[in-house]
Design a protein around this ligand. Structure first.
Ligand code: DX5
Ligand code: ZN
Length: 220
């Protein structure tokens, strides 16, 4: 497979101890830290924003993989760049009219652009963004309805991963939601190489074992 990126979702961490939770995950072998930014509008939950990213950035040099579950992602580009975000993945459902401007601004602010799609969104909606002159560098296929950790993996979303992998052999494809030891092989064999995992990692007695299991499944 491609280079695995294992990204614990900090949504499942103890937010009151975010820096030590992040350092613990990196020590356990995490490649990225997945940061779920929600606005209580695009999804029915409210989490963190640029001020928290800025605080965390003071404690780690890690790649902060920011997933924007917000109605107006353009408003977050400058604040998140200033805060020290690394990746900026917006939802295609929010950005039908302005994705070109979004990608351009994400890049000009020094971040890596990605596009996410909800389980009900057809995969074809991201093709123009991957094939653009100024393209996204990652597609995030949501494997649960966005908004909450701890939900059940939706296996039917794997058709989208297979289609994307066939069409774009070297694209970074991320999966997010319900990933863990019992679902990773399905996702990895479909072609996902960036793996977000919240409850399965933070809920494990030995998170390092789960992280290494996720990695070896992608490497198979
Ligand atoms: C859901 C978030 C996910 C979530 C994953 O809206 O995008 O990143 O934290 O959590 P698990 O792995 O528990 O499904
Ligand atoms: Zn996420």
């Amino acid at each position: 497979g491609m280079t695995p990126k294992i990204a614990p979702s900090m949504l499942s961490s103890d937010f009151a101890n975010l820096a030590s939770e992040a350092q613990r995950m990196l020590h356990f072998g995490a490649d990225w830290l997945h940061m779920d930014i929600m606005d209580g509008h695009f999804v029915p939950n409210l989490t963190i924003g640029a001020p928290v990213i800025e605080s965390l950035r003071k404690h780690t040099k890690a790649y902060l993989d920011c997933h924007l579950m917000v109605t107006n992602p353009l408003d977050y580009v400058e604040p998140l760049a200033k805060a020290g975000a690394s990746g900026f993945t917006f939802h295609v459902e929010t950005s039908k009219d302005n994705w070109k401007e979004l990608i351009q601004r994400i890049k000009s602010h020094g971040m890596i652009p990605g596009v996410a799609l909800k389980p009900g969104t057809p995969v074809g909606e991201v093709y123009p963004l991957v094939e653009a002159e100024n393209p996204v560098e990652m597609v995030l296929v949501m494997t649960v309805e966005p908004g909450f950790g701890g939900q059940k993996f939706m296996a039917e979303t794997m058709d989208k991963v297979r289609i994307l992998r066939k069409k774009y052999p070297s694209l970074d494809i991320e999966v997010d939601g319900g990933l863990g030891p019992s679902t990773i092989d399905v996702a990895a064999s479909a072609g996902a190489n960036c793996i977000v995992a919240g409850s399965s990692v933070f809920g494990a007695p030995e998170p390092a074992q789960v992280i290494s299991l996720l990695r070896s499944s992608v490497e198979k």
